[in-house]
Write a protein that binds this ligand. Structure first.
Ligand SMILES: [Zn+2]
Ligand SMILES: [Zn+2]
Ligand SMILES: [Zn+2]
Ligand SMILES: [Zn+2]
Length: 303
């Protein structure tokens, strides 16, 4: 088993596997032949294979057990078999029962990130907590059964009229909590109307007395951390968010940083398409410290 553990350690050594993964992908895509992959990867592979032959059974058992342990949350409330993290055909993760297809019990998981099962266990459900790995957006989801129950218990809070179907069908906008733990402002006629606006995952959401005159919706305030966050009107907030995303699209062009992107945005250039179609002389006169040649240079690089 010692050899097996050493083997597992080596296989998860991240620096090595990143290169290996890249090489394997290149081989799979037909871009590289096995003997063309980097020497380091070949060395790693051959050492792994040596280890495998030496202790095949031990490695097999060890890996099988640790792979299963990595996916097992705890007992299924319906049949007692193991609940496991599974991946749907669409590529999203969820919790399913090892007794499937006899038992069809499932729980949703957040759509952001890759689930990691923690050692911490929910005392009520004997289920291990789940963390979602998503780079800087990594967060602890907690017990998936608790999250689903919280959503089932919480009533939708109506805050206004649905801009898509309110007039015609009487749909309302409501703050909803989904069983996966996400929150959103969505239409009460879902799934007939799928209008929705994102909300943050954390913090208590307060519906204030202030109203957005343009959208006739109340301003929202999110209580998390020390300072409450004034989210404001959920439609205006989403519009600003989308605009920021488009602004950052410009930063993909070589030579354009955050500040320049902001200046361009002030000059009415929100995205790469607008940049490409802009007149270099006009734009240069609108943006401080930028010459027409620089604009031409960006346009060439944006292609
Ligand atoms: Zn089950
Ligand atoms: Zn729980
Ligand atoms: Zn609607
Ligand atoms: Zn608004």
């Amino acid at each position: 088993v010692e050899a097996a553990e050493e083997f597992a350690d080596r296989i998860v050594s991240e620096e090595m596997t990143a290169q290996l993964e890249q090489d394997m992908a290149a081989i799979a895509a037909g871009e590289k032949a096995y003997d063309e992959v980097t020497e380091a990867s070949r060395e790693l592979l051959s050492r792994v294979f040596d280890d495998l032959t030496e202790s095949r059974e031990a490695v097999g058992d060890h890996l099988q057990n640790s792979l299963k342990a990595d996916k097992t949350l705890g007992p299924c409330p319906e049949c007692g078999a193991d609940l496991l993290v599974r991946k749907s055909r669409q590529g999203s993760y969820f919790v399913g029962c090892d007794g499937y297809p006899d038992c069809e019990y499932t729980l949703p998981l957040p759509s952001t990130g890759k689930p990691l099962i923690l050692d911490e266990t929910c005392e009520d459900h004997e289920l291990r907590h789940v963390k979602m790995l998503a780079g800087r957006k990594t967060f602890v989801h907690g017990c998936p059964q608790c999250k689903a129950d919280e959503a089932d218990e919480q009533e939708d809070e109506v805050i206004g009229t649905c801009p898509d179907c309110g007039e015609e069908h009487g749909g309302d906008l409501a703050i909803k909590r989904l069983r996966s733990g996400s929150r959103l402002v969505g239409c009460t006629r879902y799934p007939d109307c799928d209008y929705s606006l994102p909300l943050p995952r954390r913090g208590e959401i307060e519906v204030t007395d202030e109203t957005c005159e343009e959208h006739d919706l109340p301003h929202l305030r999110v209580h998390s951390g020390d300072e409450p966050w004034e989210l404001g009107c959920p439609i205006c907030n989403y519009r600003e968010f989308t605009a920021r995303q488009e602004g950052s699209e410009l930063q993909a062009v070589e030579g354009i940083g955050e500040k320049t992107a902001a200046k361009l945005k002030d000059a009415g250039v929100d995205g790469v398409d607008e940049l490409k179609s802009a007149d270099p002389d006009d734009l240069a006169s609108d943006v401080d410290g930028v010459g027409a040649d620089t604009v031409r240079d960006w346009q060439a690089k944006a292609d």
